[in-house]
Design a protein around this ligand. Structure first.
Ligand SMILES: Cc1cc2nc3c(=O)[nH]c(=O)nc-3n(C[C@H](O)[C@H](O)[C@H](O)COP(=O)(O)O)c2cc1C
Length: 128
């Protein structure tokens, strides 16, 4: 089974939601859920020999899920382009080492919010 399918299946079992995208040879993943499954998944991913975790950023308190229906949605570049995010995100990933880490992380969180906007846009286009 593919990574995305397998992940989605496990995530729905453990109540993990979020997204995964691939850009310029790097994965960018966001996930949210209860503390214990989130920590377990973080542990699994850190120890997954298929890749190396380059950067982590986390929030300990999230009252409302950002992506309640995405059990690890695979985001395609064309979708990112819809919210003009593909290029910005690629530039942000490239500047990872040149920027002060708190500023870099703040910018990374802004991309999460833009993907929330993308989710809303996708929902709207489905309704109409
Ligand atoms: C980029 C990337 C993203 C992943 N995302 C998830 C995920 O969202 N959920 C998940 O269960 N496993 C994910 N995995 C797989 C985990 O690293 C790990 O293989 C899996 O959780 C182990 O499950 P198991 O203990 O049931 O074999 C991901 C792996 C990679 C390389």
């Amino acid at each position: 089974m593919e990574l995305a399918d397998l992940s989605a299946q496990k995530n729905s079992e453990f109540g993990i939601t979020g997204y995964l995208l691939y850009l310029d040879g790097l994965f960018v993943q966001y996930f949210e859920g209860d503390e214990s499954p989130v920590e377990q998944l973080m542990h699994n991913i850190r120890h997954d020999g298929r890749h190396e975790v380059l950067q982590e950023a986390g929030e300990s308190r999230l009252v409302v899920r950002r992506f309640p229906t995405w059990f690890m949605r695979w985001l395609h570049q064309e979708e990112l382009a819809q919210v003009k995010l593909a290029r910005d995100l690629a530039l942000l990933l490239q500047s990872r080492k040149q920027m002060e880490s708190t500023i870099w992380e703040a910018r990374l969180w802004l991309t999460v919010e833009r993907i929330v906007a993308l989710d809303q846009k996708l929902k709207k286009s489905k309704d109409t």
